[in-house]
Design a protein around this ligand. Structure first.
Ligand SMILES: [Zn+2]
Length: 389
């Protein structure tokens, strides 16, 4: 078998195992983590550490290859995947299926493909005479708000020598991505007061109240359009979106309840806490108005997970010194989706995003990745190992 043929079968062998574990975010990942840990320990110069969530049904894993020196590189990926419910797959999403030069399955692109390449490189990395370690950091609950990254990073900093740089392997077609927006999620819950709709003035329609709070989002959209970014985000402004709403019982009853969820996508430099405080204040003012009509009426705003932005300025200033010229910095771009990179940057790492596959295939039915991209990623790790030896 040619060298690229054997690399290909190593990568696909690992990817087949990873795809075979149903690690949709609301399920346990412990079987997958146990398999990965055992796989890593087949090589020498490897140290691993698990970090469990509060309910002990999920774990993050750090695999260190090489010496206990500072200045290494972290390869970061999440093991959880998005659900397949309601999608029309042509084959079992949890069984790797090859068609021509592509492999199909949930997570092939986002982002078990990257993890499979990193894991299959362990034997070579362990023999490479690294002078600084490679640390593979595998998280859970990324797809539900990057919840697993902060405890993973805390463990990494406490238990392992500090790395210089982090490569988050989200699908970018192996191009460097040096910035993304921050994400703030929230839920707004309105309790109104029910009366016959003909007596509207004596009741509080939770739906009408919610509409004022949603209109606040539109005003933010109008204002943010004026403040565009120096970097080419698409769109080049922060966005405020309401994606889910429920409320009311009949057209002739003022609604007792209405709730909706918000998703704010904030440019780097945009202060999420300050915006949140403004929203809370607006909601409190609305609440004091409706309580004049019915003192049981309420507006409750619940802050959800916050994913910090990846600030391109931070990456530009702290260009990872040993990232080979392979990563074309001149061609580096920014994206609008959130990743764990913002959390790593906030913890002081030089962080960029670079991984195989296209974000267009992520989260789709019949998700796939090109085998050529997996091999390109493998070549990148080989160059990295040379730089670090
Ligand atoms: Zn992802």
């Amino acid at each position: 078998m040619s060298e690229s043929g054997s690399l290909e079968s190593e990568i696909l062998g690992v990817l087949e195992r990873l795809v075979g574990f149903d690690t949709v975010s609301d399920k346990t990942n412990l079987d997958a983590i146990a398999w990965i840990e055992a796989y890593a320990h087949q090589s020498l110069n490897v140290r691993t550490q698990r970090y469990f969530n509060d309910t002990k049904d999920k774990a993050a894993l750090v695999i260190q290859i090489g010496p206990e020196n500072e200045g290494g590189v972290v390869l970061s990926g999440h093991i959880d995947v998005v659900p397949v419910a309601g999608q029309a797959w042509d084959h079992d999403p949890f069984s790797l299926t090859r068609r021509g030069e592509h492999v199909f399955g949930r997570g092939t692109c986002d982002m078990k493909g990257f993890l499979a390449v990193a894991l299959s490189a362990i034997p070579e990395l362990s023999r490479a005479g690294l002078t600084r370690p490679v640390q593979i950091a595998i998280s859970y609950d990324e797809e539900v708000g990057c919840l697993g990254a902060p405890p993973l990073i805390e463990g990494l900093l406490a238990d392992f020598p500090r790395a210089d740089s982090v490569i988050v392997g989200e699908p970018t077609g192996m191009k460097s991505v040096i910035g993304h927006k921050g994400v703030q999620l929230s839920e707004t819950i309105v309790r109104g007061y029910e009366v016959h709709s003909s007596h509207l003035h004596r009741g509080v329609s939770a739906i009408h109240v919610a509409s004022k709070l949603i209109a606040w989002h539109d005003r933010q959209n109008d204002q943010s359009r004026e403040a565009t970014s120096a970097f080419s985000f698409d769109p080049p402004f922060s966005t405020f979106h309401v994606g889910l709403i429920s409320g009311g019982t009949a057209s002739n009853i003022t609604a007792r309840d209405c709730r909706f969820t918000s998703d704010w996508r904030l440019l780097p430099g945009c202060d999420a806490d300050e915006l949140w405080d403004r929203y809370v204040e607006f909601a409190a003012n609305i609440e004091s108005e409706i309580r004049k009509i019915a003192d049981t009426a309420r507006v409750t705003v619940v802050k959800g997970p916050h994913t910090p932005p990846l600030d391109p300025k931070g990456v530009a200033d702290g260009a990872p010194p040993f990232i080979p010229g392979y990563l074309d910095r001149a061609a580096a771009s920014v994206v609008s989706y959130g990743t764990e990179a913002g959390h790593f940057q906030r913890s002081g790492f030089n962080t960029l995003i670079c991984g195989p596959g296209s974000i267009r295939q992520a989260h789709q039915e019949n998700e796939y990745i090109a085998i050529s991209e997996l091999l390109e990623c493998r070549k990148f790790f080989r160059n990295l190992a040379c730089e670090m030896s």
